[in-house]
Design a binder for this molecule. Structure first.
Ligand code: FES
Length: 162
């Protein structure tokens, strides 16, 4: 019985060390090394730069699916957002600095356009920060925060980040 066991172990050792297996292992390692190295960070976050009214820039990482308003609040960036994203104010007004990125955004809804009409310093590339959602194609987005906001609904109220 022990001779049978000994022979089986030797057979397995021989098989594992055989040139075919060694070649196969080497090929697997080579194949693994050829795979593109994509970091987890790259897949889940985009880089966004906020430029405040004094021209100071702050670059942050924004998770895919998060609005620019939430991202700003989580990173202590002064973007008001008085109605907390319910499309009832224009205090989260941001200006998309690159037309290329602006064109990649989904078209604003009628409700967003109505609120944008009330925004201070409206431009051709203005959007409401609560309606701009991080998507992979927006990586490198640059958003300027206007010098002032106009708030008819809840004047002076600044919501705290959640
Ligand atoms: S926070 Fe009021 S519309 Fe965006």
């Amino acid at each position: 019985m022990s001779a049978y066991l000994f022979a089986t172990i030797n057979l397995i050792r021989y098989f594992l060390a055989s040139p075919t297996i060694l070649y196969y292992n080497r090929q697997c390692r080579w194949w693994e090394s050829r795979k593109p190295k994509v970091s987890r960070n790259f897949l889940n976050y985009i880089s966004v730069t906020f430029v405040d009214k004094d021209g100071e820039e702050k670059q942050i990482k924004v998770p895919i699916g998060m609005s620019m308003l939430e991202a700003a609040h989580q990173n202590d960036i002064e973007l008001e957002g008085a109605c907390e994203g319910s499309l009832a104010c224009s205090t989260c007004h941001v200006i998309v600095m690159d037309v290329e990125h602006y064109n990649k955004l989904e078209d604003p809804t009628d409700e967003e356009n109505d609120m944008l009409d009330l925004a201070f310093g409206l431009t051709e590339t203005s959007r409401l920060g609560c309606q701009v959602i991080a998507r992979p194609e927006l990586d490198g987005l640059r958003l300027a925060i206007p010098a002032a906001t106009r708030n008819f609904a809840v004047d002076g109220y600044k919501p705290k980040p959640h």
